[in-house]
Design a binder for this molecule. Sequence first.
Ligand SMILES: C[S@@+](CC[C@H](N)C(=O)[O-])C[C@H]1O[C@@H](n2cnc3c(N)ncnc32)[C@H](O)[C@@H]1O
Length: 225
Amino acid sequence: MAIALGDPAQFIRDHTVLTETPLVPEVRLYVASEMLPIWQMTEDEMQKVGLPPPFWAFAWAGGQALARYILDNPELVAGKRVLDFGAGSGLAGIAAMLAGAGQVSAAEIDPIALIAIDLNARANKVIVTRLEGDIVGEIHTGWDVVLAADVCYEGPASKRIVAWLDDLARAGMLVLMGDPGRTYFPKTGHEKLISYAVKTTTELEDTDLRNTSVWRVTGLGRDGL
Ligand SMILES: C[S@@+](CC[C@H](N)C(=O)[O-])C[C@H]1O[C@@H](n2cnc3c(N)ncnc32)[C@H](O)[C@@H]1O
């Protein structure tokens, strides 16, 4: 999708605030306080309706939990090649770089998210490589660790993503997911590593604290696939 925004980076700076992330104060992100106004402004700027929500403008509960876990367990990513899949703001990938990852690629289907990731990476003085498009299904040998935070929010898409992450785990990669109990998060095929109470906003979630877990995908099974 081509970006029609005149200056997308300026648009992001104008409509968000560079803020510490609640569970991960080490990482500052350009975030919005409310979903609907920035969604509407994005559609107005791009002169398009029906755009997906600006996921990049928020630190989702799964991303906060996964970023916290990585920063507290830096040996998991130190010196490794890391993919942050469905990166949104880039939170998990930025945390991986701060934890000493050798390199991080952030994959996104939303081109504005990729610009937000760039801004957020710079704000945290790290470099994150941008990977645009849908890479689900590709078995890539260039990653040691795959991070996927809060990516199970739509039924059919979640099935594809979970099956692919399972394949990556079976191919030998360390695959870590962060999830606050979304409907489409699989019930098997992973082991819980830790849980956190994550502060979010009632506008995004139905509560301002979400119990959110970090999971390691075992590659040993997928329910309902
Ligand atoms: C709820 S957001 C989570 C963002 C971030 N990981 C976090 O936890 O804050 C989900 C993100 O996944 C992205 N996404 C969905 N399907 C994707 C795909 N097939 N490839 C890459 N990104 C995808 C969306 O554009 C969105 O930014």
